[in-house]
Design a protein around this ligand. Structure first.
Ligand code: PXL
Length: 276
């Protein structure tokens, strides 16, 4: 009954524990049939490695979409992450409108920026096209930097609740439906996630570790999608994903050689337990 077919569209960073190498195992662990569409193939992710290869798969997408339509393959959800090009965003929007089963849910993680900066591969054309994808989705999962880029709001490292409320209002004015705003911290010891759904806004607060890790946005979004598609509410899914992500970071922080991602695999059992 709750066996869903989910398509996730994001890159394969062959090494680096992000995007598809994270989303596929987490969604599968949640018990979903997981189809993948690689947006690009990179030798590693782009945050901290240099000289990585990048093969853009944009031009493969229309034929893949056409084949799936011919075969009448549909999805209960499509979850998009790091995309390879501005043109690709347009193709992905088309997939959202052609490949959904009845009751379909679209999730967009506008994975393009963090800590006030765009990732190296992207420019403002990409941001502008991402706005149209994000504002058409049922659920978006931006961090504060991405939310600022989607709305043109000034990014601030230090902020208060009034700033976050203004940012949420701008997202809503842009057309956002449900918003899961990640990495919202009002004090030293904790951080959390704001869940804006319908007329309600709730904050899921959790412990903050002294050091951040790469790839946690993808672990978080994948765990959220997995839980939501198991029938959890947005707030419950936000909490499960936060708890799982924090455990993954705790499992990694002491290993200085493991700077490029989080060791999420040994904690998959605890994620499955939380979904029960
Ligand atoms: O985790 C986001 C991400 C995904 N894919 C690639 C990246 C990054 C972040 O830098 O470089 C290729």
């Amino acid at each position: 009954m709750d066996y869903k077919r989910i398509l996730t569209v994001q890159d394969i960073s062959c090494v680096g524990q992000c995007s598809l190498t994270v989303a596929l195992p987490i969604l599968s662990a949640a018990g979903h049939e997981t189809a993948i569409l690689p947006s690009a193939v990179l030798s590693t992710h782009t945050a901290g490695f240099s000289g990585y290869t990048f093969r853009d798969l944009t031009e493969d997408i229309p034929a893949i979409n056409a084949h799936w339509q011919k075969e009448k393959i549909g999805f209960d959800a499509i979850y998009t992450g790091y995309l390879g090009s501005t043109k690709q965003i347009e193709y992905v929007k088309n997939m959202l409108s052609t490949l959904g089963n009845k009751g379909f849910t679209s999730f967009v993680d506008p994975a393009m920026a963090d800590n006030g900066k765009l990732y190296p591969a992207f420019d403002m054309d990409f941001v502008n096209e991402m706005k149209t994808l994000a504002f058409s989705a049922d659920i978006i999962l931006p961090n504060i930097t991405e939310a600022c880029m989607l709305t043109g709001f000034a990014y601030k490292e230090k902020y208060d609740e009034a700033y976050i409320n203004e940012l949420l209002a701008l997202l809503r004015a842009g057309g956002a439906k449900t918003v899961i705003l990640t990495g919202v911290s009002y004090c030293e010891a904790t951080t959390g996630v704001v869940v804006l759904e319908g007329g309600s806004k709730r904050y899921y607060e959790h412990r903050k570790l002294p050091k951040g890790s790469h790839g946690t946005g993808d672990v978080y979004a994948s765990a959220f999608v997995g839980a939501y598609m198991k029938g959890k509410s947005a707030y419950e899914a936000a909490g499960i994903a936060a708890e799982y992500t924090v455990r993954c970071i705790e499992n990694t922080v002491d290993d200085a050689s493991h700077w490029y991602g989080v060791k999420f695999e040994p904690l998959l059992g605890s994620y499955i337990e939380m979904l029960k």
